[in-house]
Design a protein around this ligand. Structure first.
Ligand code: AP5
Ligand code: MG
Length: 223
């Protein structure tokens, strides 16, 4: 078994998984795997896989488990075995959760902790319906329509605002429904395995990242 540690970030859409991932990878020897970002890259590149999943993402539905298993396996295979993994957005179904343990074992890895970020549905809707991506100014970054300073930052850099297709209100409602139906049951599943750590998603991203780091330190002492 390698000494690298492997962590899952679980939480509803808009919980801040990707935001926290960006903060944590500067502080921990972890390589992030964001399955949503991987799928969006396939869609942008108009690959066969991208064309297949595009309508599912647009409606707020999940991509099929078999497809996600392939995507994840290819990502893990490409990794340096000495580095741990920070999974952002995988698993999202019970089948994926069951498959993950077996897949990690194939690469001599094990799952060390699952961090569930708690955010109320009303806050999810506020964050996602107001989110725009600032594009055309280097690496795209999210801004909120109520946050004047982030809007100005985008404008000053010559960027323009684009709404993620799946951030439209109807799709956000569907993503939340799918989360409650298919992903939330994983909280009890991982609790029963002794792997679950719950973290409040309230406060600033830095607050949430700090709590998450503390939870990981608790879960993997002496790492
Ligand atoms: P994915 O891209 O993973 O989307 P998601 O998890 O549904 O939603 P987000 O990425 O928006 O949420 P997040 O928790 O990362 O929050 P973020 O940091 O961005 O997946 C997209 C789609 O791909 C899925 O719907 C599905 O179709 C498909 N897919 C992906 N994985 C799959 C799988 N395993 N199986 C099947 N299908 C799969 O933050 C959100 C916003 O809030 C940002 O604007 C951010 O700036 C802001 N924010 C973050 N933290 C805070 C804070 N503390 N306070 C205020 N604002 C904050
Ligand atoms: Mg994300």
């Amino acid at each position: 078994m390698t000494t690298a540690f492997n962590i899952v970030l679980l939480g509803p859409p808009g919980a801040g998984k990707s935001t926290i991932t960006e903060e944590l990878v500067h502080q921990l020897p972890l390589t992030p795997i964001s399955t949503g970002a991987l799928l969006r890259a396939e869609i942008r590149a108009r690959t066969r896989l991208g064309r297949m999943v595009a309508p599912l993402l647009e409606h707020g539905d999940l991509a099929p488990d078999s497809v996600m298993d392939r995507v994840l396996r290819a990502s893990i295979e490409a990794l340096d075995p000495a580095r741990g993994i920070l999974l952002d957005g995988y698993p999202r179904t019970m089948r994926q959760a069951l498959g993950l343990a077996a897949m990690l074992a194939d690469y001599d890895r094990t799952l060390h902790a699952v961090i569930a970020i708690d955010v109320a549905d009303s806050e999810v809707v506020r964050r996602l319906s107001g989110r725009r991506m600032c594009e055309g100014a280097g690496e795209p970054f999210p801004v909120h329509i109520d946050d004047l300073s982030s809007l100005m930052r985008c404008r000053e850099r010559g960027g323009h605002l684009v709404q993620r297709d799946d951030d439209r209100p109807k799709t956000v409602r569907q993503r939340l429904a799918v989360y409650h139906q298919q992903t939330a049951p994983l909280i009890a599943f991982y609790h029963n395995q002794g792997l679950l750590h719950r973290v409040s998603g309230a406060g600033t991203p830095a607050d949430v990242a700090r709590r998450t780091l503390a939870a990981i330190n608790d879960a993997v002492p002496g790492r």
